[in-house]
Design a protein around this ligand. Sequence first.
Ligand code: NAP
Length: 249
Amino acid sequence: MKYEPAPDLLKDRVILVTGAGDGIGRTAAKSYARHGATVILLGRTVSKLESLYDEIVESGGPEPGIAPMDLVQTSAAPMLELADVINDRYGRLDGLLHNAAILGKLMPFETYDPNEWMQVMQVNLNSVFLLTRVMIATLRKSPDARIIFTSSGVGAKPRAYWGAYSVSKYAMEGLAKLLALEMANTSSIRVNILNPGGTRTRMRAAAFPQEDPLTLKTPAELMPLYLYLMGPDSKGEQGKTFNPDWLAG
Ligand code: NAP
C-alpha cells in the first residue's frame, strides 16, 4: 500500500517508544515527532536519548520526554513511576511502540547459556508484559490509542541457533494477539504486530556480520508503516501482523 501520512498525523498525541536511542526505534521516535507527536524516549543509554532529544527540539518538534530505563533489570516499580509522570504531565498515553530488544548470543540449544536466556527473555518478553500491563490504564484515557509490538521473522518460523530471541518473539506475538482480543470490545486501543524484516541497524549487523549493510533497507524506509500503525488511519486494524510487504502491496 502506498501510504502517505498527513504531515500532522500524530499532532497532540503522546507516544512512548522503547529502545529509542538507536536503530529503528530512534528513527521511529524522530518520525513520530516530525508528525506532531510528543515522544517519550525510553532507553538504557542516556547520552543517546539526550542527543535525540536535542535533534527533535532543534528540528522544531514538540519537546520530548526522556525515560532512562534498563529493561534487563527493571521491575514494575519504575514503570509505575513513569506511568504516574505521564498521567500527571499529559493526562493520557496515545501510543506505545515496543521496540527495544536484544539478540543475545546465537548458539545451539543444547549449550544455550541459561543466563543469556533469562536476559533475552527479560528484555524481549517480560519487560514488554510489565510495561504494557502498567500502561494500559493510561492508554485507556486516550480516545484512540495504539500499541505496536515489534516482532521478527523468527517469531513465526524458528531459525536454528537463535534460541531465546526466536522464542521471545513467538511469545510476544502470543501476548499481542491475546491482548488484541481483550482490547477489541472493551477499549479503543488497537494492538498490532510489526515485523520490520532485515533492516540496516547494529542488531542486524551483529546477526549477519558477513552481510553488506548497503543491501538492506534503512529504518527510514519503514516509517510509513510505523506511522500508519501509530496513527488514526489504522483504526480498523486489530490483532494483525504487518511486514514491509504492506508498503509494496
Ligand atoms: P538495535 O539497533 O540494536 O536497537 C535496539 C534498541 O533497543 C537500542 O536503542 C538499545 O539501546 C535498546 N535496548 C536494548 N536493550 C535494552 C535494555 N536492556 N533496556 C533498554 N533499551 C534497550 O536494534 P534494531 O535493529 O533497531 O531493532 C529494533 C526492533 O526491531 C527489535 O525489536 C528487533 O528485534 C526488531 N527487528 C529488527 C530487525 C533488523 O533487521 N534490524 C529485523 C527483525 C526485527 P542502546 O542503544 O542503549 O543499546
